[in-house]
Write a protein that binds this ligand. Structure first.
Ligand code: SF4
Ligand code: SF4
Ligand code: SF4
Length: 276
């Protein structure tokens, strides 16, 4: 993956100040969402059309002591994206933006004019990221700040969340370099006694554009240990490919996918309160 850009997230350096969360909202001109005290500093409780990233406050208990494990949550910008595979109207697609230094910013984007609001992307996503917004009529997620980065004006040439991160938890650069830095950091942490230290995002779902440094199992951070694209999504893709656009709107195919994802959907409906 030479010359692709990625964001390194070294969770061992995160202080949960949430400057990144605020910067993301500010740059993308997303509105504040009314929150309630639900017994955690973590707010808003889900991602949504106005909240493209948030910091998770995971609590880990060991020997009666509580330890925070903070996680930056947003769309992972998967190389092999379930949301792209499952989209019946081809509204969600890959986008490649060439940058001034010759590298490429690879993102997954949704065209609101083509989105039919079926929410299949939401149930197929291994990271439970996108959700259709009735208010904004579309699917909204992290854009890797393509608009800032592509402009390449000095002060705007890194994503807003990276720019705002004072402790140096977030770094933007060539993906190969971000992986090398993450592996170096993991070696350092292991030497310091953090036996579970690991890189996350290098190979998961064929590679993410967010590369994490963790010191515990991914699940302790609210991340799937082994994220994968549901088999039904793969089957759907194989089935629809030869049929092209005709199959995209086909009721039969929709029912196949619906059957596969139905159980998960039920759980998610309770978990998510989609914005109006
Ligand atoms: S994290 Fe989810 S929404 Fe983002 S690209 Fe991957 S599958 Fe799509
Ligand atoms: S890259 Fe931009 S859109 Fe994505 S989380 Fe960071 S600030 Fe938000
Ligand atoms: S700005 Fe950096 S340190 Fe603060 S919450 Fe975000 S990632 Fe963590």
């Amino acid at each position: 993956m030479a010359n692709e850009k990625a964001i390194l997230v070294d969770e061992t350096k995160c202080t949960a100040c949430r400057a990144c969360q605020v910067a993301c909202k500010q740059w993308n001109q997303n509105e504040g969402v009314e929150t309630i005290n639900w017994g955690s500093y973590e707010n808003p409780p889900t991602l949504g059309s106005e909240t493209w990233m948030r910091i998770l406050f995971n609590e880990k208990y060991e020997n009666s002591k509580m330890q925070w494990l903070f996680t930056k949550q947003q769309c992972m910008q998967c190389t092999d994206a379930a949301c792209v595979d499952v989209c019946p109207s081809n509204a969600t697609t890959y986008q490649e933006t060439k940058l001034a230094d010759g590298s490429v910013l690879k993102t997954v984007v949704t065209d609101p004019n083509k989105c039919i609001g079926c929410n299949y992307c939401r149930v197929a996503c291994p990271f439970d990221v996108p959700g259709y917004s009735q208010k904004k009529k579309g699917i909204y997620r992290c854009t890797m700040c393509t608009d800032r980065v592509a402009n390449d004006v000095n002060k705007y040439s890194v994503p807003a969340c990276v720019k705002a991160c004072a402790p140096g938890c977030l770094v933007f650069g060539d993906r190969d370099e971000m992986i090398a830095r993450a592996e170096e950091r993991v070696a350092e942490l292991k030497q310091g006694g953090q036996a579970k230290a690991r890189v996350y995002g290098k190979d998961e779902v064929s590679g993410l554009m967010y590369i994490y440094v963790l010191v515990d199992e991914p699940e302790a951070y609210g991340l799937p240990n082994d994220p994968s694209i549901p088999l039904g999504v793969k089957a759907w893709k194989a089935l629809t490919k030869p049929w092209g656009a005709f199959a995209a709107g086909g009721l039969v195919i929709a029912l196949v996918v619906n059957g596969v994802i139905n159980a998960r959907n039920r759980g998610l409906e309770e978990q998510y309160k989609l914005e109006e």
